[in-house]
Design a binder for this molecule. Sequence first.
Ligand SMILES: C[S@@+](CC[C@H](N)C(=O)[O-])C[C@H]1O[C@@H](n2cnc3c(N)ncnc32)[C@H](O)[C@@H]1O
Length: 372
Amino acid sequence: MTEVQERCTKQCVQNAKKSARSLSNQGATVQSIAKSAIPNGKIAVVKSSAADLTLQLKRAFDHRRTLKLDSNAVRLVNSRGDGLEGLIIDRFYRHVAVYILNARWQSQQKTISEALRENFDVDYLVFKDRTGCSTGSGSASAPPKAVEPIGQGKSQTIIEEHGLRFQVDLNDHLNAGLFLDMRKNRKLVAFYAKGRRVLNCFAYTCSFGVYCRKFGASRVSNVDISAKFLQKGKDNYRLNNLPEGPGEFVRDHAVLYLERAAKRKDVFDIIILDPPSFARYEGTVFSVKKDMPLLIDKALRALTPEGMLFISTNLSTIPRAKLEEWAHIAAKKMGRKIVEVNRLGQDLDFRESGAMKESFLSAILVKTTMKF
Ligand SMILES: C[S@@+](CC[C@H](N)C(=O)[O-])C[C@H]1O[C@@H](n2cnc3c(N)ncnc32)[C@H](O)[C@@H]1O
């Protein structure tokens, strides 16, 4: 258990005892409430009254307020991590998305909606029923079953994270346009980007690209197979007053782009590999489990001798150690050495990250060198 997790658990038990004292006046038992609040990966709320749920949501919201994340886009409830198994709530400034992964929450929409409005200014609220999907709010392979916007406003908004601006759309496709769990990793990679050439493979809406350019990268190439997502990336650049450099947005298959770049000796100092778990493209299938070793191999060939590689996956069957092993094997094959490994995961608002499939991120940032 990490220090942070331990801190959270102790705090939760204390909070639970406090809440239990106040709730016992309302007829709930101390034991049931304390149990439901301990995010130890085993105990979750089984049945809760509206009052229990309201209290538990409030505790989850209050916890986020203590984290000082420098962002107005935050995960407010992280399923079992907040003792609310199968419920995920993401806040994007005054827009909120509620992901229902367990049918038990379908009948609680009113209570959830009220709790959100009591605690935040909410312009737009959407419930996404994903009880039929396997991966929760991440890169789900099946589309959401139902989307029910509540509120008058538009589904789009602009959020601010570490002083940078990103547009999101709560009704767009499967994901809103910014992966909140990558927040601290975006910042870490950008920290190394000053004066460096960065290749952002699987760029999506180019959030890594925006960070790296803002932190002074000499060049960024955002590569994605989707023209639509690259267009959103361009919008994000504009929002942050970033001019578009040559080759900044490239619609291509990441593996093919890496092969061509290596061939023409168009090398990069930092390469970001954050692929989807599974994707189809023009008759080909990309599976992170099968294709990540090849992807790492291709990336190392387009990386400068002292370059850095960021590798990540949300697939819960791939632990961080596996990514490291793949990186070491690929490096060894081409006479390189990994000299430094940063082991990374989801940001702090993803409480109990790794303890459940719907909240998982393995990531490493490795520094390489040539063997002499
Ligand atoms: C998990 S998202 C990447 C998230 C992104 N790294 C971020 O942090 O915002 C997956 C992206 O990979 C793109 N993609 C899928 N297969 C691809 C491929 N073979 N080559 C390039 N991009 C691909 C999708 O269009 C999508 O934008």
